[in-house]
Design a binder for this molecule. Structure first.
Ligand SMILES: Nc1ncnc2c1ncn2[C@@H]1O[C@H](COP(=O)(O)OP(=O)(O)OP(=O)(O)O)[C@@H](O)[C@H]1O
Length: 409
């Protein structure tokens, strides 16, 4: 049978807002369903030859902390290779983290055994980027979606078909098509099958790893809107991994920006898209035409072009990992790693010179916390002057850079 054709909404849909869905709102009072603390995921690098000695580590994820609220969604963005997928795989425990905690519903599952993880497998699900390779072409859609129901004994056998049909309907597919094979569906429809499979076990958290980047722009918007509907209807939380800041803006009221295994900036939508204080976030935003024109009103000549390539995560730069490509780096950036400083009610940034484009401090703002002078050399006079608060989530007070005082909620 021929592959079904995708039916885009009439007219060419170029942005997510054009489909009439409101951007997902933030619930600041929602408790976390997931708290990640100081997560590290390293992969050993071995020498070639007979005795393959360990000669180093790929520091794919290096000490990151964040929270995903119940029924909410956090976007995780950054260039290819910055550690987004590895973070998703550590959280879903496809990997065992090298260090740190992954607290799901209050329990640290970072080092759970396979047996301990089994009941949790239904509560945390993953949606993958490639709707072609993530579905077995030899199985019917019905058997793909019902497999998790059978494995976890979720519904009586005689009700499996009914449940599969319900799920097909929820994701906008014809419930009568349960007997068809993946190759009879288009890319967007296959992604919907993947979503139905993830939903089958009524998860509390879905890690969506680039769920729409393999799809046409018009179809992307429809799938993102479907995920929004599902979130509203079933209260499921999302960690939404994407390299595309335009996709994330619509779906995620909070966003974390990663660079070379670290979170460099994290905050609510307004803080990230309208008030970014990290030069890397600003560079990423300047490269997205839709976000640039809709949010900042800037023209394409304002694009920030980063020099050079992303350094290797086997031997990352000392101090701030972004410094080798940073347009505002100074001496301190080579010796001191910048802490993730809270600079707004829901806004944190890891930079010694955080500021809006063209308006950055002339002296580092981190010296009192790090006990160093402006060049990054130890300064006993500064030591312990301010405490670094290094916890996931947000405190009630922060460093208000505009007023140079302590901000309060
Ligand atoms: N199993 C592995 N063994 C060794 N290195 C790995 C492994 N998985 C990922 N890496 C490395 O870790 C770093 C982070 O990779 P990761 O796939 O998490 O990045 P990403 O931001 O998701 O990028 P992409 O969007 O291209 O997948 C990369 O340098 C990658 O080569």
């Amino acid at each position: 049978m021929a592959e079904q054709t995708e039916v885009p909404t009439p007219g060419t849909v170029t942005t997510f807002d054009e489909l009439g869905h409101q951007a997902t709102p933030l619930d600041p009072d929602a408790p976390p369903i997931l708290t990640v603390r100081h997560l590290k995921q390293y992969f050993p690098v071995r020498s070639s030859g007979l005795i393959r000695r360990k000669i180093g580590d790929v520091q794919a994820v290096d000490d990151i902390s964040f929270q995903v609220p119940q029924g909410g969604s956090l976007g995780l963005v950054g260039e290819s290779g910055c550690g987004k997928s590895t973070t998703g795989r550590a959280i879903t425990r496809l990997y065992t983290p090298t260090a740190g905690a992954v607290e799901f519903n209050g329990h640290d599952i970072a080092h759970y055994s396979a047996r301990q993880l089994k009941p949790l497998r239904s509560e945390i699900q993953m949606i993958f980027q490639d709707p072609y390779s993530s579905l077995n072409p030899r199985h019917t859609v019905g058997s793909i979606i019902s497999a998790p129901l059978r494995i976890h004994d979720m519904v009586p056998k005689d009700q499996t078909l009914k449940r599969v049909q319900e799920l097909l309907e929820i994701v906008g597919l014809n419930p009568e098509h349960y007997n068809r094979y993946p190759n009879e569906f288009s890319g967007g429809q296959r992604q919907r099958i993947g979503i139905a499979r993830a939903l089958a076990l009524k998860p509390k958290l879905i890690v969506a790893d680039e769920p729409v980047s393999a799809l046409d722009v018009s179809i992307q918007a429809q799938v993102v809107n479907l995920l929004q509907d599902i979130q509203r209807e079933f209260g499921v939380a999302f960690l939404f991994i994407a390299h595309d800041l335009a996709v994330v803006r619509h779906f995620c009221p909070e966003v974390a920006v990663m660079y070379l295994g670290k979170i460099v900036e994290i905050g609510d939508r307004e803080s990230i898209y309208n008030n970014a204080h990290h030069p890397y976030t600003q560079a990423l935003l300047s490269a997205v035409p839709e976000v640039k024109s809709a949010v900042t009103g800037e023209s394409s000549k304002d694009r920030i072009r980063l020099e050079g390539d992303v350094p290797s995560p086997i031997d990352p730069p000392s101090g701030c990992r972004f410094r080798t490509r940073c347009p505002i780096a100074q001496e301190i950036c080579a010796t001191q790693e910048p802490p993730l400083l809270q600079i707004g009610q829901r806004h944190k940034v890891a930079c010694h010179f955080p500021g809006r484009r063209g308006d950055v401090p002339t002296r580092p703002v981190t010296t009192r916390m790090l006990g160093v002078d402006d060049t990054g050399a130890p300064d006993p006079g500064m030591s312990g002057a301010e405490k670094i608060i290094d916890e996931p989530g947000y405190a009630d007070t922060w460093l208000d850079l505009d007023r140079n005082t302590v901000g309060r909620a």
